[in-house]
Design a binder for this molecule. Structure first.
Ligand code: PLP
Length: 407
């Protein structure tokens, strides 16, 4: 008899965004005239940069003739992209990363989930709370999370590190021993960043205790403030303790095209084994590489024209983030994030529950947000808004919220 992975049975009922979609659909059906504005799910809306589109068209043409045709590519990614990434994202910023420490993939979500393949099932995992749900759910699927405690809305074997306004959105080192720590900066959902000094504490802890840090820098390109680390490898000692995830999704509009990469330093060794060699083995066995066309498109992000065009789109979203943050602050709300991130994290007024505030904004302002409680117990009392929408719709949404709160 085939047995199933019972860990899947333990997963709580509905994924956050399905529940938001369900509530939205119910409301829209009852109020077909309502002009809803979506500021919930973190998906981009601007088209790909012309330089990227051009490169993808050229790559399609390559596939059309036998001389330039490409079949299976290297599982780790094409050299042209690996070296462009290592050069522009790291070496040009003074960080020594070799091309063969870069593994190109179809996105950071897959890598954040798949990385668990090279980790023991008994590792104790710590996450920031609130947290990007993928880290938690993939560990739960692998059997590392224990059981789901419905009352606490938390897994019994995951260490949740509160990351709230009270501690300046920098979690404290857990007082119980952990083996794997997920950090995300700029953070989803709070939109806040960790400084080099704050990261150094984690890097030193990880090196001292043979811990591995999973550092998610999917929103790195949204950093505007000087001095904020774009990579954990800017912190001395990080190469012996950290894996870094990056994505072209939010930075260059690849949410639909799909491309990201993971950095696994060769200096990262645990129990005498090179994590770089293990991840290489995992990818060669289970992954056949991101598509040639998409990798060509991703490489164009590093061209002069591509970089300029991508920057214009980022500026568009940054302006949305500014509009949201300023507008909600004027409305008297306590607002975080936005400055180095496309996310705005907002405390609910008067201690309201986050699903209650979500409902109020849906029903009375026709604006769809994400309730903070969906990101973990410490997300209760907050909502997240995204800056990825149309600029005019964003301004309208902010006006509606201001009008509602003025009543
Ligand atoms: N990491 C974080 C923190 C995210 O918010 C997301 C997407 O929302 C991802 C990773 C996944 O990105 P990708 O589209 O590359 O799979």
């Amino acid at each position: 008899m085939a047995r199933i992975n019972e860990n899947y049975q333990k997963l709580p009922g509905s994924y956050l965004f399905s529940e938001i979609a369900r509530r939205t659909a119910v409301y829209q059906e009852a109020h077909p005239e309502a002009q809803l504005i979506k500021m919930g799910i973190g998906d981009v809306t601007r088209p790909l940069a012309p330089a990227v589109i051009e490169a993808m068209h050229e790559a399609v043409n390559d596939l059309a003739s036998a001389e330039t045709f490409h079949g299976y590519g290297p599982e780790q990614g094409y050299d042209f992209l690996r070296s462009a990434i290592a050069e522009a994202d790291f070496r040009a910023r003074g960080i020594e990363i070799d091309d063969d420490e870069i593994f190109v993939s179809d996105g950071a979500k897959s890598d954040c989930g798949n990385i668990g393949d090279i980790l023991d099932v008994n590792n104790r995992v710590a996450v920031c709370d609130p947290v990007y749900p993928v880290y938690v759910d993939t560990n739960a699927m692998a059997g590392r999370a224990g059981d789901w405690d419905a009352e606490a809305e938390a897994w019994t074997n995951i260490v949740y590190m509160p990351t709230t306004a009270e501690n300046g959105f920098c979690p404290a080192i857990p007082d119980t021993p952990v083996d794997v720590i997920y950090l995300c900066s700029p953070n989803n959902p709070t939109g806040t960043v960790l400084t080099a000094e704050q990261l150094k504490v984690w890097v030193d802890y990880a090196n001292e205790h043979d811990v591995i840090i999973m550092f998610d820098a999917a929103y790195e390109r949204f950093i505007t403030e000087e001095g904020v680390p774009h990579s954990i490898y800017e912190v001395p000692g990080a190469k012996t303790c950290a894996i870094e995830f990056r994505s072209f999704s939010k930075t260059a509009g690849f949410t639909g095209a799909r491309c990201g990469y993971t950095v696994v330093p060769k200096a990262l060794v645990r129990e005498g084994q090179s994590l770089n060699a293990m991840w290489n083995r995992r990818q060669c066995t289970k992954f056949n590489g991101a598509s040639y066309v998409i990798q060509k498109g991703a490489a164009a992000v590093y061209s002069e024209q591509g970089a300029r065009e991508v920057e214009e789109t980022l500026a568009y979203y940054r302006e949305n983030a500014r509009v949201i943050k300023e507008g909600l602050s004027e409305a008297g709300l306590e607002v975080y994030g936005a400055v180095n991130s496309p996310y705005v994290w907002c405390r609910t007024p008067g201690g309201m529950g986050s699903w209650d505030f979500f409902n109020e904004l849906l029903e009375k302002a026709n604006v769809i947000t994400t309730p903070g409680a969906g990101f973990g117990p410490s997300g209760e009392g907050y909502i997240r808004l995204t800056a990825f929408g149309d600029a005019e719709a964003t301004r309208t949404a902010v006006e509606r919220i201001k009008n509602l709160l003025a009543k």
